[in-house]
Unconditional design. Structure first.
Length: 206
């Protein structure tokens, strides 16, 4: 199976309980050309718990944020993790445009949150934890040095999580006629795979 990196990131975040918007466009203040886009914008609400009898265990990087909504601004690459200029250049004000468009913060706090993300890659308030996030094939040491708290999630780890979720909750996930073609294809590869390793080998991230 071939799958785009953006689609795989979308399913990883969705299966971890995020409400997601792929390709969230940052529109200009004037003129016609868009500023940039967020590959996947997601929000995970603070009391997320799927399955009443046997709650699903999401990734620790998300569950360690307690009693706050987790807002993820995910930059997705098929190769090495990276953060593009729009998310590291304060003078362009794209982070502020995202916060104002999403509406999580009042105007003054939106300025503070944007400044914090440019400086450290994350921000937290009483209600929200916001973080840049990189998804890709290998860790970027420059990102790690500049933003040590920004998660860099690698495709083998993403595929391992998806396999475990499907395997541990096979009965619960088996009925999914509303899933898109990519989610359905991931499930079909899972069913054909004898183990996690084969599942990963049968998926090529583009």
């Amino acid at each position: 199976m071939d799958i785009s990196s953006e689609q795989l990131a979308y399913w990883y975040l969705r299966l971890n309980g995020f409400l997601t918007i792929p390709n969230f466009v940052v529109h200009p203040d004037c003129g016609r050309n868009q500023e940039t886009d967020v590959d996947v914008l997601g929000i995970r609400l603070p009391y997320r718990a799927e399955n009443l009898h046997r709650p699903m265990k999401d990734e620790p990087r998300f569950t360690r944020v307690h009693e706050k909504s987790f807002i993820a601004i995910a930059e997705v690459k098929s190769g090495r993790c990276a953060l593009n200029g729009p998310w590291t250049s304060p003078e362009r004000q794209n982070m502020l445009r995202v916060f104002r468009a999403v509406g999580a913060f009042p105007k003054i706090e939106a300025d503070l949150a944007a400044q914090s993300l440019y400086e450290t890659g994350h921000y937290q308030s009483q209600l929200y934890y916001v973080s840049l996030m990189c998804l890709g094939r290998e860790v970027n040491p420059d990102v790690a040095a500049r933003y040590p708290l920004v998660p860099q999630v690698l495709w083998p780890d993403v595929l391992a999580f998806i396999y475990r979720r499907f395997s541990e909750y096979k009965n619960q996930k088996a009925s999914h006629p509303q899933w898109d073609a990519h989610g359905t294809a991931l499930w079909e590869v899972f069913e054909r795979s004898r183990d996690e390793r084969q599942f990963e080998e049968n998926i090529r991230v583009l």
